[in-house]
Design a protein around this ligand. Structure first.
Ligand code: ADP
Ligand code: MG
Length: 358
């Protein structure tokens, strides 16, 4: 099978939310030199790209269905964080070999999530080499309605969707399993590993959040690191109450006294972190309770940076004024102690952040 048959077999789909003409705004999808997509003048074009590399962004033995799901989810999550509607995506796939079982699972999982989220695969590229998956997602937002990191103001309340730290604990769990640890509970380990392998882009939640939020980001590199991006862009600081961080029962059980640490630093959760002006919080909480089943938790507040010194921008303290600052994963940091090869145990381990670039 050559490259073109491969594309036809696995990536030329032919139903709703596919790469055909019936999908929203797809004039030309897979099969020509480039895709042609329809825009209108009430909308702005929003796009983002993320690459997942085997051994860096996911353990080598990760099932192909999980890889496909995650590669699309991390991109959908970026558009959700912008308050945008994802419509189309392209896929650049580098494969070490032609493995039909692998491609079949990968393509079926990708197609299922594309269908569920109504995004069309409109093109891509297929090459041979070490396994790597790049997905570029494209979508639209009403003119000037994009949710930016820079919009946070002092007094705004800081919220987060879902639960934190599950994926980082899931990664540690997989690494423990590889080392033959025998302390697994079927449900708790499976839950956290599923949050790592099959994250959820908060698309429905973003629909509600965009009506109230002043700023938003998705948490890919850990709560503290990602809240830091909002603070820096908005030139403000934050108070976060660690006691209020939303933690799943499974994560608490597995992480023990490191639970707060995982919630503050663990990456790969793809939850939305956002700010809502105080005066709008009652209406927001009401809308959430009526329309969403995902937990939305108030974890802190945006404050003016302390003093007039530029260096004080981006301070993150607890309600007692103690600094919470730490680092999530940074690909090019000099002394990462938290990379994938650090096989620390789930319970009582040191840093176990996952790798994800910005
Ligand atoms: P070109 O020679 O113009 O680069 P290609 O031979 O790479 O075109 O691709 C042929 C068609 O198949 C194009 O429409 C391209 O977008 C699409 N395509 C290639 N690889 C993929 C893929 N992995 N997923 C979806 N579409 C793909
Ligand atoms: Mg090409």
């Amino acid at each position: 099978m050559g490259e073109f048959d491969l594309i036809d077999t696995y990536f030329r789909w032919d139903s709703v939310s596919d790469n055909g003409r019936d999908a929203d705004g797809v004039i030309i999808g897979v099969g020509d030199d480039a895709a042609v997509l329809q825009l209108d003048n009430k909308q702005q074009f929003v796009t983002s790209i993320d690459t997942l590399i085997a051994g860096v962004h996911f353990p080598e033995q990760t099932p192909p269905a999980a890889i496909a799901h995650k590669a699309l989810t991390v991109n959908l999550s970026d558009l959700a964080a912008m308050g945008a509607k994802a419509k189309w995506f392209t896929l650049a796939l580098t494969l070490p070999e032609l493995d039909h079982a692998w491609l079949g699972d990968f393509s079926a999982s990708l197609k299922a999530l594309a269908k569920e989220t109504s995004v069309a695969l409109v093109g891509g590229d297929t090459t041979r080499g070490p396994l790597s998956i790049s997905i570029q997602v494209m979508g639209t937002v009403e003119n000037n309605q994009a949710l930016l990191r820079s919009g946070a103001n002092p007094g705004d309340q800081l919220f987060v969707s879902g639960t934190l730290g599950d994926a980082a604990v899931g990664l540690a769990s997989i690494q423990d399993r590889d080392k033959g640890a025998d302390t697994f509970t079927e449900t708790d380990n499976a839950y956290c590993e599923a949050r790592l392998n099959y994250p959820t882009a908060r698309l429905k939640e973003a629909e509600i959040i965009k009506g109230f939020a002043t700023a938003c980001i998705d948490i890919s590199d850990g709560l503290l690191q990602d809240v830091g991006h909002i603070l820096k862009k908005a030139q403000v600081s934050a108070v976060i109450d660690p006691a209020k961080l939303p933690l799943s029962e499974s994560m608490k059980k597995l992480a023990g006294d490191k639970a707060i640490h995982y919630a503050l630093h663990g990456g790969d959760d793809y939850e939305l972190l956002f700010t809502v002006p105080k005066r709008d919080c009652d209406a927001f909480i009401q809308a959430v309770s009526e329309q969403l089943s995902t937990p939305i938790t108030l974890i802190g507040e945006i404050v003016s940076h302390i003093g007039s010194e530029h260096q004080d921008v981006g301070m993150i303290t607890d309600p007692q004024g103690v600094s919470l600052q730490g680092n999530g994963y940074n690909h090019f940091a000099e002394n990462n102690t938290n990379n994938r090869s650090d096989n620390s145990r789930v319970a009582g381990s040191k840093n176990q952040e996952s790798k994800h670039d910005e």
